[in-house]
Design a protein around this ligand. Structure first.
Ligand SMILES: *Cc1c(COP(=O)(O)O)cnc(C)c1O
Length: 236
């Protein structure tokens, strides 16, 4: 039987090999373990194996886990990676360290005003709709700079970069072109806002496309099923 620790080690190996193949330093690429729908015990197992950054998609579920694991896994860094309704922003502001899916000025201002004074600034990434699908969340590339301006004016938020969920496709050419477009937008953001913010994070790549994403310049991969196994949504 493979354990979570084994699969975590395999994921780290895939990242290291992909980095090497692309002549990149593996230490530039952060692994966020996506634990959505998985029980606290699975997170604790990954923690015990050395993993510290975890990603959750559903606010309530994430907050419950953060509370439950506060004592046994004290230095977890929680990443919110799901779509966020503005009426739930307070839970993200109060319980998460990173927010990957910021897509509006209004949400930025809410999160900023709700971030507790005693906490470090909330690290934020602007989600970009790179696949030009109407159904996708995220801002259009042309709107990145003005949203970045707004975030930089909010001291309780720290802009760190961009995030994208490329179209699900078997077409490697299309996948690469979306990932490469994100890399260009990321470089442009460094140019335009690098003096006002520490722009160092490009969040792209999941279990199925982490090698491609690393080859195209990702600095943070979000890996779920390759570590925790397939998700089962059937019993609520
Ligand atoms: C679920 C999810 C992941 C992880 O996907 P896997 O294919 O299980 O690795 C990564 N990013 C986001 C935004 C997700 O919702």
């Amino acid at each position: 039987m493979t354990t979570i620790a084994d699969r975590l080690a395999l994921a780290q190996q895939r990242i290291a090999q992909a980095a090497q193949k692309s002549s990149r330093n593996p230490s530039e690429i952060k692994l966020v373990a996506v634990s959505k729908t998985k029980p606290d015990a699975d997170i604790a197992a990954a923690y015990l194996a050395g993993q510290r950054s975890f990603g959750e998609n559903y606010v309530q579920e994430g907050v419950l886990k953060a509370e439950a694991l506060k004592t046994s896994c004290p230095d977890i860094e929680w990443h919110f990676i799901g779509p966020l309704q503005s009426n739930k922003s307070r839970m993200v502001a109060e319980h998460f360290d990173w927010m990957h899916t910021l897509g509006s000025d209004k949400l930025a201002r809410r999160l900023a005003s709700q971030r507790p004074a005693g906490m470090a600034p909330l690290m934020v990434l602007i989600q970009v709709n790179i696949s030009e699908e109407d159904s996708k969340s995220g801002v259009e590339p042309a709107a990145i700079a003005s949203l970045a301006d707004s975030i930089c004016a909010l001291p309780t938020l720290a802009l760190r970069g961009l995030m994208a969920i490329p179209a699900a496709t078997d077409d490697e050419v299309r996948a690469r072109s979306e990932l490469a477009a994100m890399k260009s937008l990321f470089e442009a953001l460094k140019q335009s806002h690098g003096e006002r913010a520490q722009i160092d994070t490009l969040s792209m790549g999941m279990s199925g496309d982490l090698e491609l994403a690393i080859d195209e310049g990702s600095t943070l991969v979000r890996i779920g099923s390759a570590i925790f196994g397939e998700r089962d949504y059937s019993h609520g």
